[in-house]
Design a protein. Structure first.
Length: 136
């Protein structure tokens, strides 16, 4: 077994019915595909379940346990600002865009902790509960 490396892989099928979702987040121009997000995407498509999945995938909780960050570094500053504004409008948060290692992320303020906790807790799987801000 020395030097032997085991690897596992699987392949999934794609289906054209998912193109609608692809179009919400990717734009191809001059043969280059870039991640993007359009105005209204969060307002028109994101609900509590989707927010919970987003937190499970891209969320991290700061050490003090009251500030949650969505790691949205793949988007521009303007796109992060738009996402933050739409999250605030749709769910009543006070999130903001902050710089993180020369990129930008969406961060929920400590005042959002209880609201965020109550909104997404029913949809988080048990192994992801550690990403929830503590309730006061």
């Amino acid at each position: 077994m020395d030097g032997e490396v085991k690897s596992y892989w699987f392949k999934t099928f794609s289906h054209k019915s998912f193109s609608v979702i692809w179009d919400l987040f990717y734009n191809t121009s001059n043969g280059v595909t870039k991640k993007t997000i359009n105005s209204g995407t969060i307002l028109n498509h994101l609900n509590e379940v989707g927010l919970a999945y987003w937190v499970m995938g891209d969320g991290s909780l700061h050490r003090e346990g009251r500030v949650l960050t969505l790691h949205t570094q793949g988007f521009s500053h303007d796109e992060n600002k738009m996402m933050s504004e739409e999250l605030n409008l749709k769910f009543g948060f006070k999130s903001k865009v902050v710089k993180h290692k020369n990129k930008f992320v969406v961060q929920f303020t400590t005042s959002d902790a209880n609201k965020l906790h109550d909104l997404i807790k029913p949809y988080l799987i048990p192994t992801m509960q550690y990403k929830l801000p503590r309730k006061l």
